[in-house]
Design a binder for this molecule. Structure first.
Ligand SMILES: Cc1ncc(C[n+]2csc(CCOP(=O)(O)OP(=O)(O)O)c2C)c(N)n1
Length: 297
């Protein structure tokens, strides 16, 4: 079966049924197409959080390019068969960025784009934090921070034991790295020489109510990961080419795990949300939605 192009994906099709014949998602998108997709995802985030009247725009907007590069260029996946055993896994550890994941899954064709407007409604499949039991394509129920790297390690070890060649990607927040469990998992991942797992930290410098350096400093951040036995790559987290190069470099690292520290801006793309902790967990009002969408034209 022919693979679908980026232009053909997303939109209207319903994907409730899985199929052994489901197509592998095409990863042929150009950088320009992915940049256009990133803008589209930002518009979805603003619109859906605005309509819901609650949610987390800041940390969703900061990770857009990271998730775009993964779903549209790197990961082997089948939107019509979300449980395909050979799929690469994406674990959203910072589960409050659910709007970004939902928008991406919808654009890939896991479920209809129109469903995004049901975010946070009663009986919607798209709850404020991810729920793997109800949303096609969601690998882990998250929202309680600190657990995703442990979950990802389990998935990576399972792949190794089963002789499968899938890769596990896990997205963490930098504020989330205040959680002790992250470092227990980091220690274990290196101890077991796990190299089919790549962690990405959305290093936007902020967390729920301000700058990390004021709440709980993580410095020296790269040095901590290195000391735990990880290969560290640092990139501009809004540069799709840099992200793609980093992911490809990580795939070549053997015998140890890799973390990509992606330097980002919280609220990226909407001037009044950028570096503004007020928009960590607050929805834009009607005027702000209009302004934001204008900036994202
Ligand atoms: C265990 C746990 N403690 C506290 C919270 C509340 N909380 C939600 S988001 C957040 C800040 C997370 O910061 P970061 O990981 O940097 O996310 P980002 O800035 O990328 O949105 C906190 C403390 C939580 N969800 N889980």
């Amino acid at each position: 079966m022919a693979k679908k192009s980026l232009a053909e994906t997303g939109g209207s099709k319903s994907t409730s049924a899985t199929s052994a014949e489901a197509e592998v998602f095409s990863l042929s998108a150009s950088v320009a197409e992915m940049e256009a997709m990133a803008k589209k995802l930002r518009r979805h985030i603003v619109t859906m959080v605005g309509k819901a009247g609650s949610g987390h725009p800041g940390g969703s907007l900061s990770a857009v390019e990271i998730v775009t590069a993964l779903y549209f260029k790197l990961m082997r996946h089948k939107p019509l068969d979300p449980q395909w055993p050979d799929r690469d896994r994406f674990i959203l550890s910072k589960g409050h960025a659910a709007p970004l994941l939902y928008a991406t899954l919808a654009e890939c064709g896991y479920f209809p784009v129109e469903e995004l407007l049901t975010l946070r409604q009663m009986d919607s499949r798209l709850q404020g934090h991810t729920d793997r039991t109800i949303t096609p394509g969601v690998e882990m129920s998250s929202g309680s921070l600190g657990q995703g790297l442990s979950f990802a390690l389990g998935a990576a070890l399972a792949g190794r034991i089963d002789g499968q060649d899938y890769h596990v990607y896990v997205l963490l927040g930098d504020g989330e790295c205040n959680e002790g469990q992250v470092w227990e998992a980091a220690m274990a991942t290196a101890h077991y020489n796990v190299d089919n797992l790549t962690a990405i930290v959305d290093n936007n410098g902020q967390q729920i109510d301000g700058w990390n350096c004021d709440v709980m400093s993580l410095d020296p951040f790269a040095g901590k990961w290195q000391a735990f036995g990880w290969k560290v790559i640092e990139v501009d987290g809004h540069s799709i080419p840099q992200l793609i190069d980093a992911f490809k470099e990580a795939q070549k690292v053997k015998g140890q795990p890799t973390v990509i520290i992606a330097h980002t801006v919280k609220g990226k793309g909407v001037s009044f949300m950028e570096n503004n902790p007020d928009f960590h967990g607050k929805a834009p009002n009607a005027i702000e939605i209009e302004l934001a969408l204008k900036e994202l034209e």
